[in-house]
Ligand binder design. Structure first.
Ligand code: NAP
Ligand code: MG
Length: 403
C-alpha cells in the first residue's frame, strides 16, 4: 500500500511523561505505517525546554504561525516540586500559556462521544463545547509574596505620561499580591471566534462572567461580547435560529447542570481551564476531550485536554503495566492532519483522519478499552487493555478499514 503524502509540514510539539510515551506509540503504530509523515519537530519536553531556557516553546509557536497547523503533546507546567525533580534553571511558565499568548485565539473543547460511555449528568444528551479564552488573566500575571507590612498599589503610566493609581491593599502582615491584564482586541477576537464557531456548528452561545464583583474587568468582557453580537452577529443568529445568552458565571454553572447540552459555553481563561475538566470527566473521562486553539488569523493548534498523566508515568518507569487512555492524543493528531489536509486540498489525508477516528471509536464500542473507560462503561464485560495494547487494537481495526 502506498503511503499518504503530505505537502506542507505539520508543526509537531512533543511533550512530557506518560503522554510522551503515548505520543511515540501513536506515531509508530498509527501514523508512520500509513503516512509519509512530514512534521517540523519541536521538543517541548521539560528537559529540553530547560536546556533552551524555553526558547523552543517560542520557536514552536512561531512555526505554527508559519505553517498554520500544529499538534501538541501534553507538557509539564513547572511548580516547586518540578524545579527539584528536573533541576530547572527557572520556574518556566506554562508552555500552553506561552503559545496562546503568541497565537492569541480561543480554545474549543468538546467531549468525544462514544456508545457505551454515558455522561454521568443524567440530562446531558448532547456534547457541551467549552470555548476557552486563551489569552491573559492569571495565565500572564505578575505576582509576589510580601513579607512585611506595606502598601500595594496598582500603577499605570500612559505613554504620554498620564498616571492612574489605585490602592490594592495596606498590608499589616505578610500576604500575596497579583496583577493581571487583558486586552480589548483579544476579548473581541474571543467573542468573534465563539460566534463564528456557533454559526459553523449550529449551536447557541452561553457566556458567564463575574461582572457584579469585577465591574470593570469582567464588565468589559460582557460589554464587548454584547456589542459584537449586536453589531455583527444578531441577524445571522436570528436567521439560523440561534441565541446568545449572558449571565453571571454562577448562574451559568447552575443552568449547565440542568441543561441537555448541545451549546457552546464561552468561558474566561480560568473558568475554561477548570470547567473543561469538569465537563470532560462528567462526559466520561478527561481522556475523551478534544481541544483546539483557533487563532483569529486562522492558525490551529490541536492537543489533548488532559495533562501528562504523571501517576501513570511513575508506574510505567517502575516497569509496571499502565492502562492510559490515548484517545484524546489520537484525536489531536487526527484533528491536525484533517485540518492540514483541508488547507492543502489533500483528500487522502482527510480521509485517513476520519478513518483513524472511526477505528478508535469502534475499537471502544467493540468492548476493548483502557481502564478509565472500563470502569464507567455501560457495555457488558469490557476488555481492559494496557496503554500499548489499546493502540495495537486500534491499529488492527484501522488496518481492517484500510484494506
Ligand atoms: P493529568 O495529567 O490530566 O492527570 C490527572 C489524573 O486524571 C490522572 O492521574 C488520571 O487519574 C486521570 N487521567 C488524565 N488523563 C488520563 C488518560 N489519558 N488516561 C487515563 N487517565 C487519565 O493532570 P495532573 O496529574 O494534574 O497533571 C500532570 C502534569 O500535567 C502536570 O505537570 C501539569 O502541569 C501538566 N498538565 C499539562 C496540560 C497540558 O499540557 N495541556 C494540562 C494539564 C496539566 P488516575 O491516576 O486516577 O488514573
Ligand atoms: Mg486544566
Amino acid at each position: 500500500m502506498d503511503k499518504i503524502q503530505m505537502t506542507t509540514p505539520l508543526v509537531e510539539m512533543d511533550g512530557d511523561e506518560m503522554t510522551r510515551i503515548l505520543w511515540k506509540m501513536i506515531k509508530e503504530e498509527l501514523l508512520l505505517p500509513f503516512i509519509d509523515l512530514n512534521t517540523e519537530y519541536y521538543d517541548l519536553g521539560l528537559k529540553y525546554r530547560n536546556e533552551t531556557e524555553d526558547q523552543v516553546t517560542i520557536e514552536a509557536a512561531e512555526a505554527t504561525k508559519k505553517y498554520g497547523v500544529a499538534v501538541k503533546c501534553a507538557t509539564i507546567t513547572p511548580n516547586h516540586a518540578r524545579m527539584e525533580e528536573y533541576n530547572l534553571k527557572k520556574m518556566y511558565k506554562s508552555p500552553n500559556g506561552t503559545i496562546r499568548a503568541i497565537l492569541d485565539g480561543t480554545v474549543f473543547r468538546a467531549p468525544i462521544v462514544v456508545k457505551g460511555i454515558e455522561p454521568c449528568v443524567r440530562n446531558w444528551k448532547k456534547p457541551i463545547t467549552i470555548a476557552r479564552h486563551a489569552y491573559g488573566d492569571i495565565y500572564k500575571n505578575t505576582e509576589f509574596y510580601v513579607d512585611k507590612p506595606g502598601k500595594a498599589e496598582l500603577i499605570y503610566t500612559s505613554e504620554d505620561g498620564e498616571e492612574k493609581r489605585a490602592l490594592i491593599h495596606e498590608f499589616t502582615s505578610p500576604g500575596v499580591v497579583m496583577g493581571m491584564h487583558n486586552m480589548e482586541a483579544s476579548i473581541a477576537s474571543f467573542a468573534r471566534s465563539c460566534f463564528n464557531y456557533a454559526l459553523d456548528t449550529k449551536q447557541d452561545v452561553w457566556f458567564g462572567a463575574k461582572d457584579t464583583i469585577s465591574k470593570t474587568y469582567d464588565g468589559k468582557f460582557k460589554a464587548v461580547f454584547q456589542k459584537i453580537f449586536e453589531e455583527e452577529f444578531r441577524e445571522k443568529f436570528d436567521a439560523a435560529g440561534l441565541t446568545y445568552f449572558f449571565s453571571l458565571i454562577d448562574d451559568i454553572v447552575a443552568r449547565v447542570m440542568k441543561a441537555e447540552g448541545g451549546f457552546i459555553w464561552a468561558c474566561k481563561n480560568y473558568d475554561g481551564d477548570v470547567m473543561s475538566d469538569m465537563v470532560s470527566s462528567a462526559f466520561g473521562s478527561l481522556a475523551m476531550m478534544t481541544s483546539v486553539l483557533v487563532s483569529p488569523q486562522g492558525y490551529y493548534e490541536y492537543e489533548a485536554a488532559h495533562g501528562t498523566v504523571q501517576r501513570h508515568y511513575y508506574r510505567y518507569m517502575e516497569g509496571k503495566e499502565t492502562s492510559t487512555n490515548s484517545v484524546a492524543t489520537i484525536f489531536a493528531w487526527t484533528g491536525a492532519l484533517r485540518k492540514r489536509g483541508e488547507l492543502d486540498g489533500n483528500a487522502a489525508l482527510m480521509d485517513f483522519a476520519d478513518k483513524l477516528e472511526k477505528a478508535t471509536l469502534s475499537t471502544i464500542e467493540s468492548g476493548k478499552m483502557t481502564k478509565d473507560l472500563a470502569s464507567i462503561t455501560s457495555l457488558k464485560h469490557p476488555k481492559v487493555l494496557s496503554s500499548r495494547d489499546f493502540i495495537l487494537a486500534v491499529r488492527s481495526t484501522l488496518e481492517g478499514m484500510m484494506s
